[in-house]
Structures are given as C-alpha cells and as structure tokens.
Design a protein around this ligand. Sequence first.
Ligand SMILES: [Zn+2]
Length: 202
Amino acid sequence: MSSSRLPQALEKLVSLLARLPGIGERSATRLAFYMLSQPESYARELSGALVELVERVHFCVDCHMVAEGERCTICEDPSRERTTLCVVEGIADLLAFERSGAYHGLYHVLHGVLAPLKGVGPDELRLANLRGRIEALGTSEVIVATSSDVEGEATALYLLRHLAPTGVRVSRIATGVPMGGELEYVDATTLSRALRGRTPLE
Ligand SMILES: [Zn+2]
C-alpha cells in the first residue's frame, strides 16, 4: 500500500473513508488531505456530526425511514393520505418521490430487494411489520415502486403473494423508469407519470 509512509492517524482515516460507496483509496487519500488542510474546527464539526448521527438518528418503527424520534416526520404528518402505502427499496427512492411532489400517501422502506444469489431473502428486508401496518391503517392500496430489474420484479411478485391475505389492492408503478439506486436521478415529471400510470399487479 502506497500510504504506508503516512502517519497512522491519517492511514486510519483513509481506510475508513475508502469504505464509503464510490470512494476508492485514491479519493479517500485526497479527502483526508483536504480535511487536513482545513481549519481544525472543520474536522471537529465533522466528527461531531457523525457522532450525533449515530446517537440521534434511527429508523422509523413504522415505515423504516430515518427519524429522530420513534416515528419519522412523514408518518407523523397528519396531512398525509393514510390509506395509500408506497413500497420502495431505499430511502433515496422515497426522497425522489418526495421531491416530485406527486405522492401524498405513506411509505414503507424495504432497505433492499430480494436477491437469493446474494443471500438476501424476505427475512433480510424490513417486511415484518408490513401486513400489520396495512391492517392497522386500513390501507386501500399498496403501490410497489421497486426497480424494474429482475430483483425488483421478483420482490414485487413476492409482495403480491405476501399481501394477499390482507385483501389490499396491490399496484405497480409504470415500468421503463430506471429505479433502485438510480431513482434519485429521475426527474419529477417522469416519476409522477410512472406513478399515474401504475397498473394492478397480478
Ligand atoms: Zn415513518
């Protein structure tokens, strides 16, 4: 490793930064040197923010979005339509829907999709409370907004079977929209069109 000539504290930071998605060792080294070039207050503020993050931010007990309290601001918002539930893979997808302004119901964040080859089964997804929520809320429609790739489709079909006992109507947003990790880059118009063009899942 080329960074072996570096002080240990710097090397440690580099190896931690290199674990971030999309950051290799080179970028990590560049970031670490950038931090070193900044006033000391920046590093203290950054480390403080990280500590605050893990101490104060948790996942909503209902929808699994990030929350400071037990429930997130969306679940707590009395103006949201409580009879529609949109199931998304990740928080980035939820945020994309929020930015589009096209959706006013509640969410359920799975934190993944079914991927048997990667060892991700139903138990690895945040599914345990979904049926209970649907019953408690009296949900009339569940909109499945997982990606249109193989794993997203498999997850949608699993959900259809999983939710059958509740009798809830299950629909799927229009396909052809890049979803999953890429949903956050989809513009608001495309996203609202996908939402409007949703079809019953059979
Ligand atoms: Zn919530």
